[in-house]
Design a protein around this ligand. Structure first.
Ligand code: SF4
Ligand code: SF4
Ligand code: ZN
Length: 139
């Protein structure tokens, strides 16, 4: 059966660190899927379950649920993650968070849905391998 993402990515899938779990390899695959950072500990990947950003005390104290509300933003651990993603995957969590902060989550989602839409079929391109999860188109 062909899986087509007509409604695209929902804002609830954006992690506090700015990661769009909706385009994560682990989220997009069919088997042993990770439901995203906002899910319960038992459901998500161990690597993300023990993530120090997801479990950060300051995050709970902040007003928005995202790292940008924190006084330490962007802290060293977020900068480290951001650097890794910028270099390896051409994506910046800090840029994402700044955009959410400046324009609001709804506008950010419009931009994200455009950014990750497959040129061939309109489904989602994975941030990690830049491949469409449905038609296989490779960016
Ligand atoms: S593995 Fe991590 S980044 Fe990927 S969907 Fe799960 S929580 Fe999000
Ligand atoms: S920016 Fe603040 S809330 Fe986010 S991980 Fe760093 S210390 Fe925690
Ligand atoms: Zn496609």
């Amino acid at each position: 059966m062909i899986k087509v993402y007509t409604t695209k990515i929902d804002k609830t899938i954006i992690a506090p660190c700015g990661m769009n779990c909706g385009v994560c390899r682990a989220y997009l695959r069919d088997r042993e899927k990770c439901p995203g950072c906002g899910s319960t500990d038992e459901m998500i990947f161990k690597y993300c379950m023990i993530c120090r950003i997801r479990n950060c005390e300051e995050l709970r104290a902040g007003s928005s649920g995202y790292c940008f509300s924190c006084e330490k933003f962007p802290c060293a651990r977020l900068r480290q993650l951001d650097k890794r993603y910028r270099i390896k995957y051409d994506m910046s969590m800090i840029d994402n968070l700044n955009m959410i902060k400046d324009t609001g989550i709804d506008r950010f989602m419009v931009a994200e849905n455009k950014r990750w839409a497959c040129e061939k079929c309109g489904s989602l391109i994975c941030v990690h391998n830049k491949k469409c999860s449905i038609c296989g188109f490779q960016r």
